[in-house]
Ligand binder design. Structure first.
Ligand code: 6GU
Length: 225
């Protein structure tokens, strides 16, 4: 899978996508993530990418031209399954969306900025608008990093234990059960006895019960649908 991220702040994105699991996935060629600086496609001698709002008002708006030139260039090189715009008024990112996006081959994510982007970009170039939650960020970069992270970890081979992505919280509408590691007794705080029993069948049963209980208590809404 290939994800091309378009931004005016490439530095804000490169670091979060260049550590640990994602770094290794990229090095192994399991996913290709490219960050493009929209400013490099400005035709203006000042490399300007924003301008005042038509009709008046505070704040700056991202111009259509450099974004269109960059997206057109990318589209001439390959076909894209989705061109996503990160914006607080988009559809909320869920595990279901991440699962769907992970099945795609080529993806563009355009990071929102300033007061917004020229509406014609959204009307003519974007196929999907995504928000990561009910709060406002200074820009779409961190949202793009979160979308990319949630999608990349679902790609085959990215997580060393292949079953681990499937046993995530949310994946089956249940929260994951509690987990423990050594020591079995720390300052008198003990690991549940059953987990030390070696009885895999009983352990599985216990984990399922814990998942159900935890979901009922913390996220009963997950059990509704
Ligand atoms: Cl995608 N962008 C911004 N600027 N704020 C957000 C968001 C996105 N999702 C939640 N808040």
């Amino acid at each position: 899978m290939r994800i091309d991220i378009l931004t005016i702040l490439p530095g804000l994105l490169e670091s979060p996508l260049d550590h640990s699991i994602l770094k290794r996935a990229r090095e192994k060629g399991l996913v290709e993530v490219n960050v493009y600086n929209i400013r490099d496609y400005s035709q203006n001698k000042h490399k300007q990418v924003d301008d005042y709002v038509f009709g008046g008002g505070a704040g700056m708006v991202m111009c259509i031209e450099p974004v269109d030139i960059l997206i057109s260039k990318l589209k001439s090189e390959r076909e894209y399954d989705e061109i996503i715009y990160t914006t607080p008024d988009g559809e909320r990112l869920t595990q279901k969306t991440a699962n769907y996006l992970s099945t795609l081959k080529n993806l563009i994510i355009l990071c929102g900025h300033y007061k917004g982007i020229d509406q014609r970009i959204r009307d003519h170039l974007i196929t999907r608008e995504i928000s990561i939650g009910e709060y406002v960020l200074t820009g779409g970069e961190l949202a793009a990093a979160i979308i990319t992270d949630s999608v990349c970890r679902l790609m085959p081979g990215v997580i060393s234990d292949e079953t681990s992505a499937l046993t995530d919280s949310f994946q089956d509408n249940l929260l994951a059960p509690p987990v423990y590691t050594r020591p079995a007794n720390y300052k008198g705080w003990k690991v549940p006895e059953i987990l030390l029993s070696g009885n895999t069948e009983e352990i599985e049963k216990w984990r399922m019960e814990q998942s159900m209980e935890k979901t009922k208590k913390l996220r009963p809404d997950l059990l509704d649908d």
